[in-house]
Ligand binder design. Structure first.
Ligand code: C2G
Length: 133
């Protein structure tokens, strides 16, 4: 049994999020996902996510490809999370390339190309430009 772990905010869930989870799962048998807490998101991006950590975790947990979800409280706790969930592989999108290489002493680290032309920010901008009903 090979366990894969990945992390993300997964705010305003979109196809790029699903695709990376599917591609992460393909690296093993069991997929564990750390969903960034609201506080972590605030510290990384300077704003609150649209959906709360409870809503985001519930959506991720409902996906067939996902086996287990927990709330990620800090970027620095990655090694602890890897150990706690028995992860053999850490997968992240390549916007994080190199940033988690320090985990390599605990497990394999893989960066996958992002799905082009979609992001939470782009979806929010598209919606905000719609004429109001
Ligand atoms: N992603 C992707 N393609 C996109 C958009 C996102 O493959 N078009 C991937 C990202 O590379 C990341 C995952 O989807 O691996 C989640 O993306 P975000 O929700 O933006 O996550 P982020 O805020 O970068 O949080 O500890 C790491 C952080 O928690 C990552």
């Amino acid at each position: 049994m090979k366990t894969v772990i990945t992390f993300g905010t997964f705010d305003v869930l979109h196809i790029g999020h699903l695709r990376i989870l599917e591609r992460a799962k393909a690296h093993g048998d069991r997929l564990v996902v750390g969903v960034s807490s609201d506080a972590l998101n605030m510290s990384k991006k300077g704003r609150n996510p649209i959906f709360s950590e409870t809503e985001r975790s519930t959506l991720i947990e409902a996906l067939q490809v996902v086996d287990e979800v927990f709330v990620e409280e800090s970027l620095e706790l990655k090694a602890e999370y890897v150990q706690k969930y028995g992860a053999d592989v850490l997968v992240m999108g390549d916007d994080w390339a190199g940033r988690f290489d320090w985990i390599k002493e605990h497990c394999e680290v893989v960066y996958l190309p992002r799905t082009p032309s979609i992001s939470t920010t782009a979806v929010i901008e598209k919606i905000s430009k719609l004429p109001s009903a």
